[in-house]
Design a protein around this ligand. Structure first.
Ligand SMILES: [Zn+2]
Length: 298
């Protein structure tokens, strides 16, 4: 049986398999991991998926020496909706793509406990995230959900529910697929932790470096909506706030986790005057950036 060779191809194939079997979204990562690997790789399948009690490790893939198979384990205390599902997808990605390169397995979680600095580790983490993204949120179906509609927090929330992922993972998927100029920025203590632009926004150099202060007008607006967790109405903000030459429409979510604020910023008037195309960066390498104390789905 021939195998897909890239993380998206693997994710797509398994998602199709699930849907062809008459199942619906969200994709059943546990069932797929146990049943597909048993058929395809009878010598070393995923034999077990279970919770572990290790703080700071979101997910692990480990070989069980006595049985010769693999075990996926996860932190069951994580409360962010959809995050465990993404973790299971991520670990299944390590199994399918990387287990032959690393017999000792994978421990995925907080950066300070783990060595993600080597280029190989970063590559493995980005690939596992990409696999999970394509497994849980197939591009065709995602486009069908959002096509022709203005993006709102409700629309992205609908996607997160449909696919059983976190809001952030759904928003990054939207940015990866959209033709619009938009970016996601995650802030803590009034400073940007990281931001991710869509392809078109990247061409407009709409990117905020970590440590950039959140615009004061945005903070003032946030403070005025305390008590309302989510503001579905976008605010038109003037040129110079989120981009030196463009007006923007801003949506904000106050996350209850890590005291984060998530901004979705669109540039509806972004014209054709695009700057030279810059090297594309993978949406899901951003999800790997755990140095800020948050993990791949947030
Ligand atoms: Zn990992």
């Amino acid at each position: 049986m021939s195998e897909p060779t890239t993380p998206p191809a693997w994710g797509n194939e398994l998602a199709k398999l699930w849907l062809k079997a008459g199942q619906d979204f969200p994709i059943g990562v546990k069932e797929i991991a146990l049943e597909v690997t048993k058929v395809r790789y009878p010598n070393d399948p995923v034999g077990a998926i279970k919770a572990h009690g290790i703080a700071g490790i979101d997910g692990m893939l480990s070989k069980r020496k006595s049985k010769g198979d693999w075990c996926i384990s996860y932190d069951e205390t994580v409360t962010i909706p959809g995050r465990i599902n993404f973790t299971l997808g991520h670990e299944l990605g390590h199994y399918l793509l990387h287990r032959r390169f690393r017999e000792e397995g994978f421990r995925c979680g907080q950066a300070d406990m783990l060595d993600y600095e080597s280029p190989e580790s970063r590559k493995f983490e980005a690939e596992a995230n990409k696999f999970a993204s394509y497994l849980l949120m197939p591009a065709d179906d995602f486009r069908a959900q959002v096509g022709g509609q203005p993006v709102t927090l409700d629309l992205l929330g609908h996607c997160a529910n449909r696919y059983g992922t976190s809001f952030t993972a759904a928003a990054l998927k939207w940015l990866e697929l959209t033709d619009q100029a938009a970016l996601l920025a995650v802030a803590r203590d009034d400073f940007i932790c990281w931001s991710y632009p869509s392809r078109r926004a990247r061409n407009l150099r709409a990117y905020l470096r970590p440590g950039t202060p959140v615009p004061q007008s945005s903070l003032d607006r946030l403070n005025s909506i305390v008590g309302i967790n989510r503001k579905n109405q976008g605010f038109r903000v003037r040129t110079g706030v989120w981009h030196p030459e463009l007006e923007a429409e801003e949506f904000a979510i106050l996350s209850d986790h890590f005291e984060m604020t998530i901004f979705l910023v669109q540039f509806p008037l972004a014209g054709m005057a695009e700057h030279e195309e810059e090297k594309e960066q993978d949406a899901f390498t951003f999800l790997s950036d755990r140095a800020q104390g948050f993990n791949w789905t947030r």
